[in-house]
Design a protein around this ligand. Structure first.
Ligand code: ADP
Ligand code: MG
Length: 337
């Protein structure tokens, strides 16, 4: 892709060709002033937006373009899925530095459209602007049966807390990348979790269909922080059993090499993009849930009436400073990103 040759309209045409994908919900997509969506009957729409900005969210030094395209969409699909919705489509606003390498753009679109196809989520419009640094802002649209979206505010005392997949891997991967120390296969797998996360974006929709969750959130800022959001919004507290946390494969070893605490990475490391959910006491075991949801599920704690987070080890409360833990109303909610 040669941007100087293509110009803005040539680039839009190239995107339009690559974006072609049949989808019944869209009557009009790229090429008109705006896209036209026919909302699925009996469903509500959910909308979310997330940007990846050069120098803020990624560096070309540690990211390949294909993974970046994948991640730009993946983080949005994660939010759609965490509402219990399935994706319908997305808009893409690109900020491109003058003279950007055409192979970077090609790679970006290869990763982006591979995930768009795999998730049946077409690109239906967008915008292109010049900028000093590269940025890709995606707005994703999803649908969920009316009244059934999984909110942060739905957790109730007695609910059991579950998390998909494993934790701490993306933060360990980032630390390994930043220090240029990705050598073994298991370290490469951790780095992949940071560079090209694979959110279980279909799991929220399955939870809705199975009527199996009261609340959900995707773990993007660290488990403690994101659980804190659920507790705040639901006006409840929780007990977390530390030894139950599903540590990412290779995390303990990588953390030892890095001089970091694996449990801190699992509790406070960002960008795992797993799904944390609260299910009623009658919910089946984690093993049964895992089969029904088609992913690994671990039960990690319980929701309590009193509005505080208690960490337990061997059944006993432990004190732990949770870095990046910025919740519970009244405290600062700023983000470091
Ligand atoms: P306008 O001047 O009306 O904003 P544009 O020239 O920006 O129109 O866009 C023309 C068409 O191309 C629109 O349908 C728009 O959604 C689409 N488009 C522009 N940029 C992108 C992009 N980055 N990705 C997908 N579609 C795009
Ligand atoms: Mg425009």
């Amino acid at each position: 892709m040669n941007l100087a040759e293509l110009g803005e309209f040539g680039l839009i045409e190239a995107i339009r060709r690559r974006a072609r994908m049949s989808h019944s919900a869209w009557r009009v997509s790229i090429g008109d002033d705006a896209a036209v969506l026919t909302p699925p009957r009996g469903q509500e729409l959910v909308l979310t937006t997330d940007a990846v900005v050069e120098g803020v969210h990624f560096r070309w030094r540690t990211t390949d373009p294909r993974s970046l395209g994948h991640k730009a969409l993946a983080v949005n699909l994660s939010d759609v899925g965490a509402m219990g919705a399935r994706p319908l489509g997305f808009l893409l606003t690109l900020a491109l530095p003058r003279g950007i390498d055409g192979s970077r753009l090609d790679g970006f679109f290869a990763g982006l459209f591979a995930l768009a196809r795999a998730s049946h989520c077409p690109l239906v419009g967008g915008d292109i602007t010049r900028a000093r640094d590269f940025a890709a802002t995606i707005t994703a649209i999803g649908a969920v049966p009316r009244g059934r979206a999984l909110l942060r505010s739905g957790a109730r005392p007695g609910d059991r807390l579950f998390v998909t997949g494993s934790l701490g891997g993306a933060a360990a991967g980032l630390a390994l990348l930043e220090r240029g120390r990705v050598t073994s296969a298991s370290e490469r797998a951790l780095a992949r979790r940071q560079i090209a996360p694979r959110p279980p974006f279909s799991v929220g929709g399955r939870l809705v269909r199975l009527r199996l969750a009261h609340a959900a959130i995707d773990v993007s800022d660290g488990l403690a922080q994101d659980l804190g959001h659920v507790l705040d919004e639901s006006g409840v507290g929780a007990r977390l059993e530390l030894e139950r946390l599903p540590l990412a494969p290779g995390l303990t070893r990588a953390a030892a090499r890095l001089g970091l605490d694996p449990l801190s990475l699992a509790l406070s490391g960002g960008e795992d993009y797993e799904l944390l959910f609260a299910a009623p006491p009658r919910a089946p075991s984690a093993a049964v849930l895992g089969r029904r949801l088609q992913c690994r599920v671990t039960e990690i704690g319980v929701v309590t009436r009193q509005h505080r987070l208690v960490l337990l080890r061997a059944g006993r409360p432990v004190e732990r400073k949770l870095s990046g833990f910025q919740h519970f109303k009244g405290h600062s909610r700023g983000s470091e990103k």
